[in-house]
Design a protein around this ligand. Sequence first.
Ligand code: Q9C
Ligand code: ZN
Length: 342
Amino acid sequence: MRIVHSETTKARRARTELDGGQLVPPWECPERVDMILAGLRQAGFTEVVAPAEHGLAPVLAVHDAYYVEFLASCWDDWRALGREGEAIAWIWPTRTMPGRRIPRCVDGRLGHYALGADTAICAGTFEAAMASKDVALSALAHVLTDGGPAFGLCRPPGHHAAVDQFGGYCFFNNAAVAAQRALESGLSRVAILDVDFHHGNGTQQIFEARSDVLFVSIHGDPMTCFPYFMGHADEVGEGDGAGYTVNYPLPEGTGAEVWFHVLEAAKARIAEAGCELLIVSLGVDTFEGDPISAFRLAGDDFLEMGRRLAGAGLPTLFLMEGGYAVAEIGTNVANVLTGFEQ
Ligand code: Q9C
Ligand code: ZN
């Protein structure tokens, strides 16, 4: 298993997250990275390589250029207004006020480009997002050239980031950037299996109308779980993409038995679609101890998850998404990778 990590992924250290009406220290913190590295080391994954720089072209292949420009300049624009706090969106185009122009002021631009108020932009956010997609792309390069599996320790995560929106702690959609690059290197169809507790709304939106990326997600039912407005079972893709989006929303409290049963259905769909690469959006916030999620997988279940993912029999790229039980995140991630190699 090739492990790819960049210290620059820790350049984002936000102070605030709007949570329950209060500004709290963000759940998505740089300590997650160190705990994952420690867990991997302890499990015998001792060789960790730094990514190459891949530039912006692979990002612009899936994201809007004005959106990327916004992310690059937002913090400076915010600071130029003399703001004390971090850049948090607070007004949006809505159902009754759609908004047909992109405002000039950073407050309006934040509303245009944010999908939630949970994710503050701060110094280092853009740099960390750049490093995160470089980690994904270098891990992908290993899978494509070597054939063996790779784990990209992406941070910030990516699966909530849409073509031109950030939120849910995500800025660049690392899995989407990697999938698009894989297609451009000659593959015909790629599967993205999203096992994070939260629905990967961004990944779905990016590939919704396409059949060359199969998006399959197992997640908390959006009737009660973030991101609330996407991820229902009747969202199956549009036009050419009809049948290439597959959503398995599950109730809060779902445990291993049901979860693994659904995983087998997801694997069957991936096999049927004739995918040449499996990208796993690996959130471990399905863990029973996760502070902001509601599934009940135990630590050992992540070993089983890895074994069953290996059973798909495809070249596999693991990309880190969520997981907020910081004390256990390292062993949970290491368990997936260990199980995969058994
Ligand atoms: N402050 C990922 O797992 N926030 N994102 C809920 C409100 C949204 C999770 C708490 C959770 C996003 C990549
Ligand atoms: Zn998540």
